[in-house]
Design a protein around this ligand. Sequence first.
Ligand SMILES: [Zn+2]
Length: 416
Amino acid sequence: MATQTGGGTNLRIDSDRLWSTIVETAAIGGTPKGGICRLALSDEDRRVRDWFAAAVRDAGLELAVDAMGSMFAIRPGRDPARAPIAMGSHLDTQPTGGKFDGVLGVLAGLEVMRTLNAAGIETEAPLMLINWTNEEGARFAPGMVASGVYSGEVDMDFAMARTDRDGIAFGDALDAIGYRGSEPVGRRRFAAMVELHIEQGPILEADGLDIGIVTAGKGSVWADGRVTGRECHAGSTPMSLRHDALCAFAAFALAAEAVAREHGPDGVATIGVAEAFPASRNTVPGEVRFTLEYRHPDLGHLDAMDAAIAAAARRIEGERGVAIDIEKIWRKDPVAFDAGVSAAIGRAAAELGLGSRPMTSGAGHDAFFAATVAPTAMIFVPCKDGISHNEAESSTQAECAAGADVLLRTVLALAG
Ligand SMILES: [Zn+2]
């Protein structure tokens, strides 16, 4: 363990200890291909929460759980009047997720707390480590609802009423795992927040850099869509008389792709789920239900994509005699992170001799909502081939440790 004085200039996190927590928690919901399936509010989520609760108590931290199930671990500071400096991310994963997305930000925050404990350092401001509920939105769409409710931008009743594919409501699932906390959402305020996360893209690796200083995040729109045509016999109905919902959907999917390309390279649009009904080989599909999401870091472009996708739906309706309904369930405007927190991250990376660059986050993060209530920024570390939301997701122990060291230094600078 490194020793330090006053400014903490030589202090480093314990790389092996951090790595061992990544390996240990990866077994909770671990998949045969080396990834994690730990959907929000599942039994695996409960188990990793239990693990986290025990770990923070072992570290001597106070633990609070709010009514959305988000977990807050607090390390007191010398000045109890100061609002805490927050770290954190999420422990839930995609159904075929990796070991690092979200997990690294929480476990690195735990490692920061353990490092400070071992070195006997008391900060001026308290520190707070957060595990946000349901960042991924894989089981309950949309994602980032807990930080969204925390920030006041998302209505809590809306979040509680979201259902999974089996019709189970978010609130019932939260009760089922025993993590509906007693604290009102938003009670635990913080003075600043730093979220460490893997990049989930290829830029740092391509540039040979260790640290991304995230200065902005893409805005996004999530929607549920439905194409309604007309079911009919697949043998006896001439093509000219059909209102094939699946073919109309295919035209719409390509139109959405074209809109994103027109707003490239930052514009993206994705249809991740599509189901045709009645799903019979010899019946022309009468209905397709699908998900749609699109993103852009510039508000004007995001609005233009919005309008262009709606126009494409109207055009295809006219051409094919179908109805295309797009219900927007989510919109988050592009985010600009705090210049002061970004600068602190940059200084920390420079002091550690790490290569860094400013960048934009294409993925959404809880930090996007945190940024609406307090100065916030993010630290990115590389991940192999930019692959994420995939069991093959991979960062090295050294990459994770470098990110955690930057996190440590940044929160020390902010907390005093
Ligand atoms: Zn994440």
